[in-house]
Design a protein around this ligand. Structure first.
Ligand SMILES: *[C@@H]1O[C@H](CO)[C@@H](O)[C@H](O)[C@H]1NC(C)=O
Ligand SMILES: *[C@@H]1O[C@H](CO)[C@@H](O)[C@H](O)[C@H]1NC(C)=O
Length: 144
């Protein structure tokens, strides 16, 4: 009985401490040409990174959020998301943005909205909004 209550409390606490993070994917450099995926909210325990959010997303919705990557010292460099691969020949790379407002194709994010440390180095907070965007190379993360 006691352990049931403990478990229940731990469960409630877990929900209370979870961070809800919105994760968008744009699979085309031109926002108007992005296919599917309206974006989705995922919950992770407190103190996790956006890389952890990506893992939860890939598990819950593999069609839109499965990924491929190359492992580096700083973390993973993502080479494909939702079945769409980067295309270095055409200067197309997946770049991660952290947004200060809801995503809007008419007002897309720019260099000011890049994450500094990549997915595995970026800790998330409740109500954060992220976008992984297949850009045309005019916007590049600092570490690559
Ligand atoms: C996250 O979302 C769930 C489900 O909507 C909600 O119950 C929970 O309170 C939210 N967590 C926070 C920290 O806002
Ligand atoms: C991008 O960053 C600028 C400057 O911090 C901010 O004003 C703007 O709201 C951000 N854009 C998005 C889409 O979050």
């Amino acid at each position: 009985m006691e352990s049931t209550i403990t478990l229940l409390l731990a469960c409630l606490l877990g929900v209370a401490l979870a961070e809800n993070v919105t994760y968008h994917v744009w699979n085309n450099p031109i926002p108007e040409k992005v296919v599917r995926n309206p974006g989705q909210v995922f919950s992770v325990p407190k103190g996790r990174t956006f890389g952890d959010v990506m893992n939860v997303a890939a598990e819950q919705n593999p069609t839109e959020y499965r990924y491929t990557y190359i492992q580096y010292d700083f973390g993973r460099l993502f080479t494909g998301i939702g079945g769409v691969s980067q295309d270095p020949g055409n200067n197309r790379y997946w770049v991660l943005f952290k947004l200060g407002e809801e995503l809007n194709a008419k007002n897309p994010p720019n260099n000011k909205n890049l994450t500094e440390y990549g997915a595995d180095g970026t800790f998330v907070e409740n109500n954060d909004i992220f976008l992984f965007w297949l850009t045309d190379g005019s916007i590049r993360p600092r570490h690559s």
